[in-house]
Ligand binder design. Sequence first.
Ligand SMILES: [Zn+2]
Length: 382
Amino acid sequence: MSTYRDLSAPIGSRRTPVLRTVGTRERRSHLTAPRVPTVGIDIGGTKVMAGVVDADGNILEKLRAETPDKSKSPQVVEDTISELVLDLSDRHDVHAVGIGAAGWVDADRNRVLFAPHLAWRNEPLRDRLSERLSVPVLVDNDANAAAWAEWRFGAGRGEDHLVMITLGTGIGGAILEDGQVKRGKYGVAGEFGHMQVVPGGHRCPCGNRGCWEQYSSGNALVREARELAAADSPVAYGIIEHVKGNVADITGPMITELAREGDAMCIELLQDIGQWLGVGIANLAAALDPSCFVIGGGVSAADDLLIGPARDAFKRHLTGRGYRPEARIVRAQLGPEAGMVGAADLARLVARRFRRAKRRRAERHERYERYAQARRATRGAL
Ligand SMILES: [Zn+2]
């Protein structure tokens, strides 16, 4: 992530074709998009989730695969995606494919500029896949996709100014205004996790120190618990016993589970995370003034143990408190499938009414073209 600055300058100056490539189809709203089933794909650090989703956000079928290792070529990830899509299209009419990727997607939503878990560096994913799958493809950031899903079908329904914060290993973020995802000029808006909240604080993999996600995320939760356990602190005896002394076995879900059972240290750690969450949200409210914050991601499973302290801290840190309307802070409703459902629903914006027969025809045509090309090549060689 330290390449951020190097990346943004040259790519920014190459931005002229954006408006042309975004084109008319992108201007379609979800209200006029065809009510057809589409495939949503969520590419995370460990797994790829793919599902057929109908126009009301219902998942008709879902498949999973392992995320190919970072050392593998980008081609391998594309293979995984197209295998999943072809498998699903055997049983469903697939009219478009939406991809939510953990990484930076450029403003015309074609290239993945950078993905921390994958080998993608400035990868023209949309064009490559739409060529291979012969259906329209849409690529977006996973947090944007999740926010879209929560706005359409989940906790954010009816909100016209919504900010989503996903607490996973780090912090993902997205801004939705009047039914549109705000992506910024270069497509990488909403990186709230790397706002500095503690000058000179914990080192972050992004290269800076004291980033918000170093204080309010699954990684922060686990780091603190492991630190206490490694120091053999009396407050950590409960969790040390739970992992039989293997401090490295401590995980976020385990801390949440123990907190629910009443373990004082685990409750306190979630409170700390929640407080930092509230402080960051107060800052975001000062800058963006939304009506609703939706909190998603794995850590949000702790529910009120996390969101209660977040609400308190938010009220204490909000600028002009007492004199300005307060945004609601709610837990996301769609769980780990939000990214997949959102990617599928966003894909309906670019969907064409495809019939399976038409797709088969397209595939046949593609096969024939390849065959003809190969023949031309061999003839050329002779
Ligand atoms: Zn950072």
